[in-house]
Design a protein around this ligand. Sequence first.
Ligand code: GZL
Length: 330
Amino acid sequence: MKFKKIAALAATAVLTIGIFAGCGGASQQTSSSNSSSKKKVIGFAQVGAESGWRTAETTSIKEIPKLDPNFELKFSDGQQKQENQIKAIRSFIAEKVDIIALDPVVETGWDTVLREAKNAKIPVVIVDRNVKVADNSLVTAFLGSDMEEEGKRAAKIVIDKFGKDAKLNIAELQGTVGSTAMIGRQKGFNETIKDCPNYKIIKSQTGDFTRAKGKEVMEAFLKSDGNKINVLWSHNDDMAVGAIQAIEEYGKKPGKDIFIVSVDGIKDMFKLMADGKSNGIVECNPLLGPQLLETSKQVLSGKLKDKIVHTKEGVFTQDQAKKELPNRKY
Ligand code: GZL
């Protein structure tokens, strides 16, 4: 009897432990079996494919599953249209992805669709450019560049070359109107040249971050003020590449007759600067795949360290171009 009782108690204990363990184990098994067999899915709504920088960013983020096979990436090219990106986010919600990454073509107009993501309990990580929303809880994390700082750095390249008291006529090729890159770079540049009373921005127009549009707008600048322009300030390298073609076709020497500074740091721009056709590059790092993977892991494990992560970037002038060119990864 005694033995039987002890055996029965032990069995009950084991069963109980088993139930709890099983429950715990079952829920652990469920969650662990899910997490081990079910990949985590990132839905990435990309701006488009408008520039060398953008292509490099897309390549880097598409490599996430190679960095960690537990992750799968769903990709959508917005073709530089906000409505396409909003459609993509809605399809990611319908597909119940684990996390949504958005590189927003412009800053505003995201509140409704990000609220839908929040209601669906899908965290949103903003990448590269930023959003302006009324409720900051709609965004779980941001990773990308400090675009205002990039504008300041571009202005400092000009000031270091000419000094604050020089008389300069500046032509500005703006990025996509309403984008963080355009807003931040323009703000940073303009604030920095406030100390230079004779720096004048005599032409300013968007080239939408593309080579073709950058060339077209620069042609118009040269037609109206070709003999007055001393400096070209371009919000990205691709527009500067197009503008350099226009300057040469106009009969002037880029990098000599017109001092050129731009942002991104793509290989083609370093090649032009090494050939003396440009004067300064402010780096904007597109290789965000590893950081997006790390941020996604932190978010999904509930251990996000920093809500805002700024990428580390450098500044290069013409004398450094030849040496730096072989190091360029994009
Ligand atoms: C900046 C990025 C910009 C690049 C352009 O972070 O959003 O968009 O500077 C790209 O080349 O088109």
